[in-house]
Design a protein around this ligand. Structure first.
Ligand SMILES: Nc1nc2c(ncn2[C@@H]2O[C@H](COP(=O)(O)OP(=O)(O)OP(=O)(O)O)[C@@H](O)[C@H]2O)c(=O)[nH]1
Ligand SMILES: [Mg+2]
Length: 401
């Protein structure tokens, strides 16, 4: 360390001298005003005494080296920090080194202290990895559930497009989702529908009545059934109609009866009903045609009920057209409930391209489907309902148009 004093007139002069003699790194450590020359304090010159300090040449070299070392260390540290694991490795290596040398000095075993930090490091890495994996899994699960939701929504949409009620479509979709078997959605749908649809065959008892709204095809279906039973099954059939309400209704059934050569009775009153059944007691099957009634008109339904109760039919079939609007199906089914029908005949399947109404009817009525009719031709256009065919129709695998 060099320390020098300068007595100068101005600070500027001092700075120039210090810079020249001690170098740029010199530091001024003090300055004070002094008086020089004169006589008895008179005529003396006012000057400045400046003290400066600077490192020696050797000191400077050493300082420079130290500065470079620090700079290098910082650089290295930065590099290591960019690679966290290397940093940890290096850190624990030095720790191990330090611990070992300490223990060696104490002449002790040097294993334990090394293992502990290494374990911590492994745990850290494992935790980090696990966290990363969990995050990825969470993301995947989110995607899957979103995907599932989209699939569920599109399935519901497709079912609604097939004319299945919205609530029923949602219900079906849930049931499909609950099937864990690794099979196609269509197969799952078939399983669900198989459980929802009921069919009933062999349900034309000795006295069988057909009831239902106006124009759904009751009379035509009676004619078709009569044809099947008499021409195919070779059984004796008798026909009764209580439909004296509509002009031409009697003629309509009478024409079929004449063509097929089967006995036919027209009933106007409850009394006549008993008599008609008694007249036809030799027949294997007595088919009763009824007036089309609006399910909303309670009086008409009650009147019909009185006729039906008079003969206590073995089977009552509710006839519903597959062209009926979904919102009307419920009204019809509920309106006719008091007549305690056994099953449903679905008509005019040839007049529609979507058959969701079959499922709606099964769902609301909780009754089996007995027959389907597929055209106007008597007696051909009638079939016994089968689950397979109904499911094919609903799923769009088959079309009757
Ligand atoms: N396309 C088609 N038409 C049918 C079918 N069944 C009946 N029809 C027609 O539907 C119309 C009405 O049939 P009906 O048998 O008179 O109906 P209904 O229920 O007896 O009618 P009401 O006695 O007035 O209540 C007729 O034109 C039939 O030919 C069917 O399965 N497909
Ligand atoms: Mg009729």
């Amino acid at each position: 360390m060099i320390i020098k004093k300068y007595v100068v007139s101005t600070m500027n002069e001092a700075m120039m001298k210090i810079n020249e003699e001690m170098g740029k790194d010199a530091i001024i450590i003090s300055q004070r005003k002094v008086k020089k020359g004169g006589f008895l304090g008179l005529f003396s010159k006012k000057l400045i005494e400046v003290t400066a300090t600077a490192s020696s040449k050797e000191e400077n070299e050493e300082n420079n080296k130290e500065f470079k070392d620090i700079k290098n260390s910082i650089k290295e540290l930065n590099n290591n920090l960019n690679n966290k694991n290397v940093f940890h490795d290096e850190f624990y290596k030095s720790l191990r080194k330090a611990t070992n040398s300490n223990l060696e000095a104490k002449n002790e075993e040097n294993v334990k202290p090394i293992i502990e930090p290494e374990l911590e490091l492994d745990e850290d890495i494992e935790k980090h990895k696990l966290l990363k994996e969990m995050k990825e899994m969470k993301k995947m699960l989110k995607n899957i559930s979103n995907d599932g939701k989209i699939k569920e929504e599109s399935l519901i949409k497709k079912l609604i497009e097939k004319d299945i009620n919205e609530n029923l479509a949602k219900n079906i979709s849930k049931k499909v989702e609950n099937i864990e078997e690794n099979i196609e959605v269509k197969e799952k749908l078939k399983i669900v529908m198989e459980n929802m649809i009921k069919v009933s065959n062999d349900n034309i008892g000795k006295i069988t009545a057909l009831i239902g709204p106006t124009g759904v095809g009751k009379t035509t279906t009676i004619a078709k059934l009569a044809g099947r039973i008499s021409l195919v099954d070779k059984k004796k059939v008798g026909l009764i109609t209580i439909d004296t309400y509509r002009i031409g209704a009697v003629e309509q059934l009478k024409t079929y009866a004449d063509i097929m050569n089967i006995p036919f009775r027209v009933v106007f009153s409850l009394k006549e009903m008993e008599k008609a059944v008694s007249d036809l007691k030799d027949c294997d099957v007595i088919l009763i045609d009824t007036t089309g009634r609006s399910s909303k008109k309670v009086m008409q339904i009650s009147e019909l009920r009185a006729f039906i109760n008079k003969v206590s039919p073995d089977n009552i079939h509710l006839v519903v057209s597959s062209t009926t609007k979904n919102r009307d199906i419920e009204t019809i089914i509920n309106g006719y409930k008091v007549l305690e029908y056994d099953d449903v005949i679905m008509t005019k399947l040839d007049e529609t391209t979507t058959y969701g109404s079959i499922l709606n009817i099964c769902d609301i009525s909780e009754k089996p489907i007995s027959f389907i009719t597929i055209g106007q031709d008597v007696p051909d256009d009638i079939k016994e309902a089968t689950k397979d065919e109904l499911i094919e129709l609903i799923l769009g695998d088959k079309n009757l148009c």
